[in-house]
Design a protein around this ligand. Sequence first.
Ligand code: SAM
Length: 290
Amino acid sequence: MSVLSDPGAVKALLDRHGLRLSKGLGQNFLINPSVCPRMAAASGAADSAGVLEIGPGIGVLTWELAQVSQKVVAVELDKRLFPLLEETLSDCGNVELVQGDILQMDLARLAEEKFGGQPFCVCANLPYYITTPVIMALLEGGLPLHSVTVMVQKEAAQRLCAPPGVRACGAISVSVHYHSQPKLLFSVSRGSFLPPPHVDSAVIRFDMRPAPPVAVDQESALLQVAQGAFAQRRKTAANSLSASLGLSKPLVEEALLSIGVPANVRAEQLTLKQFAALSNRLQLSGGSQK
Ligand code: SAM
């Protein structure tokens, strides 16, 4: 929506509603007119039952999503924005605003209630402070999700897209690649926001996999092993796993050797297949094994 990309008009709108932006809620609004249409087009919103937006802010991305999607459900935490959103989205009959904290919501119930359990997608310019928990909740939630298109800090985007086995990866990369195929779509400079943040951003899309690429006995164990292996990144995977999961070091080293990797391997050197084999081998049951 062109008026929401004009910094002067946005400031006047916020003033008229007596609103001061909250840093704590990550309120950096997009004012670059080319970004929202690109995100909406890339999100797959046109081809699914609907789209869930997290944090509509003043509605600039919401409005674009409403042009391409059957239904937009936008969850916003900040109550103060609702009168303003009613105004900016007054011509969008297919938008439903929901007030609440996305981290506290039962996402499976929300998906059932709002999209009738049909495949939906997510598209959002995420507040940076909830990037990891939101992405984990979406990927690990067993939701009927088609894809997740999000704007995040550039460094976070690189880590999220890095496959297990390369230096830039982390525990979250294991979950990301197990559940989806991530793709870095485009970069967005800090000057594209009002007010500008201290870092640049990037838009990434996770295309959910119809079936996992590796076989694991217990999905929760895969995540536990990944988090344990990366908990002390500077140490070997065996040291980190034994310290964080309370496993004996010889037991972990034996498991590593049995899957064909050296006992002194580091977490960032393990591929997704090796993480899967290791989690199957260690057979975690929620408790510790000494
Ligand atoms: N979509 C808008 C845009 O692109 O200009 C705003 C994005 S702004 C980076 C993040 C938005 O998320 C803010 O409107 C903020 O109030 C909202 N928000 C912050 N924490 C939230 C939470 N836990 N649940 C839902 N919304 C949240």
